[in-house]
Write a protein that binds this ligand. Sequence first.
Ligand code: Z57
Length: 826
Amino acid sequence: RIGPAFRTSHPLASGPVVQPAPTVDGFVETFLGELNYGQGTLLSQSTLNDQYLALARTVRRYLMADWLETGARRRHAQQKTVGYLSAEYLLGRQLGNNLLATNLQDVAEEAMRRCGIDIATLRAQEVEPGLGNGGLGRLAACFVDSLATMDVPTIGYGIRYEYGIFRQTFEDDRQVELPDSWLSLGSPWEFPHPERQVLVGFGGSTETSTAADGTQHTRWVPDWTVLGMPYHYMVPGFRNGVVNTLRLWSARATHAFDLQIFNAGDYTQAVRAQTFAENISKVLYPEDSTPQGKELRLQQQYFFVACSLHDFIDNTLPADFDLHRLPERIVFQLNDTHPVIAIPELMRILVDRKGFAWDEAWEVTQRCFAYTCHTLLPEALEVWSVELLGRLLPRHLEIIYRINEEFLEQVREAFPGDEMRVRRMSVIAEHPERSVRMAYLATVAGAKVNGVAELHSQLLRDKVLPDFSQLWPEKFTNVTNGVTPRRFVRLANRRLSELLTDTIGEGWVTDLDRLRELEPYADDASFREEFRRVKRENKERLYRLLAVRDGLRLPQEAMLDVMVKRLHEYKRQTLKLLHIVSLYDDLVSGRVAPEEMTPRTVVFGAKAAPGYHLAKEIIFLVNSVAGVVNADPRVQGLLSVAFPANYNVTLAEKLIPAADLSEQISLAGKEASGTGNMKFALNGALTIGTDDGANVEIRRLVGDENFFLFGMTEPEVERRRAAGYTPAEVYETTPALRRTIDLVASGHFTGGDRQAVAPVVDNLLHEDAFMALADFSSYLEAQSRVDAAYADPEAWTRSAILNVARSGFFSSDRSMRDYLERIWHS
Ligand code: Z57
């Protein structure tokens, strides 16, 4: 700690903190106070941003007493804490969520009205903290929400990136990335804590000395250091008086370091050193599921993990705590392999700094970690070259080697003479370059390993880590992902929420299984009418937004078909595009008469990693097709395609409640879980999907008759591949597919430019790694079933209601109960 806590016997020093009165008058008074004394302005002079900041600071005042109280209660109770270690938290906007949690929505709205302000305008001012790429980061945000709502002692640890996920714009139909300077207009939700700064070392070498009794002691001597400055964010539970903490680290230059250089008289060099240190938390890496082995990324990973472990062990536990009992007080959940360097870091702390014997330290470490795997893609399994790791973290590399040696001894004992197996299971890979397999390290050291949906956990055991699941079957478990009903139903879909609460009471918000009580209403014609009204109004709201935001004009009546997720080949946005082109071609060629067509509007949302060239070509193609389709009078009102730029949590909250059809069309065996799929089902969209990830569980719960299944199963994919898959053959033998691809290849959508579409077309015809062509016919057949079903509004609505009623399982509250039962309490 840098400064001692301020101590006094003054009667007001230990609280209680006075909360502002939760009345309109109390709110107005606090708000004006914030505007005057916080922003230093008058209401009559204030900008929208002033007003937004004052409103945010008003809301956080209502949370402060509970935050302090929760902290005191946690310190006193000394229960086991969940330390969620995640390089990403895709939080979404805070204002609406915090108004919801405090039950201040109506009070705040009325208070703003009294000040002559429309609260919706202020909400729109907030730039969402986009500190994540996609599913993995959003999952972390849902989990901390649920843990607070369930009053589980939790600290979320992560990185306060100065720039989150890039802002996407389109220029000539191509993606252009702009920096996301989310902090530039002020950040009212964060609290810097300079007194809790932590020093982190990098580089250098190790020194081993031998004591008089012959015991050896190793010490790491880093050659450069940075400071970690924690910023705290409130994580309120839903109306339960609990506020947990999210602690995000920002890198600063150490003072000692620049002083030294300043004293040597080199001012510019000193400033440059500062910039170098602060680079570490500068920007989120924008690759989702395809890590780049960049040195700065390893620095980010070690930086936040070292800060977090130090913070918990030295600044959170009581000073006299016996670290042999550490597993009674913390379980670190590793959100994918990004924080796995925490394992050798804890070993280093215990052995080098706290004087533990190796075996003692290993015993403790193994009980402090559990690992969640989020992928099956081989290219997503993180490895770090020994050369880089040894240069940046020499002591950690030594520790990893020793962990591996002892582990491989264990393998040799269990499987004598099986050297092939030993090589397969080694944490150190030898080819193509000597490197550390982070997933293996996590599996060796972690008490538990889990996948994120049933099918994924099965494939993880059988395909990714089969040797490990054979050695330690009891280590492996599943926890199916979930989403928070607070943000993704109650906040995003207020109209549906009111209908639900009017029908079954308000308990569903924290007990989502109660949605089951809705089932009988699927057969109630007046309820169905109400349900359709909700959808219609959500669509109207969305189209008003898209008109202003993106200049789009969309027909009100058409089926709204939505595919929103990161752009990745395995997710198969091109398959959706082929469907659109095929519908378009059917109409313009007269094969389908206008009156036979079920009108559709397709909305895409997707960011491509800036270096993922094919993904960016796919974005270009989607925009090109959208441009031509929307401008063609022959399909007016029958087929429209919209691709609003910069899909993010804020846009998801508008899109998902309006959707009729949810596209979950990854190649079977590739999508670990998916979580968008759950959000759509809970908001009354029907799913068209493959037998993949959590789709499997969604279909089982909502029933086959309320889900449009298509495509190969995972074993069928395997067999097809083994037999030698040649996409060109599928193209040759499937007339509808051939017409569709030919139309794209002709340059019809690119002003005659065939060159412009070649990257995507050639890839489909000659590579098609994710077998879009193989599933094309099945997909089109399923889409015709969708068209027919949508033409019967009563039957469709019935299915939609049953999707809502039967999806309560996908609450992240349930996921958290499963982690508590299967992982954190064991
Ligand atoms: C990411 O968003 C996911 C997996 C990764 O390995 C990385 Br890196 C980023 C996603 C999966 O693709 C989804 O299927 C899954 O639902 C999500 O993580 C949350 O588990």
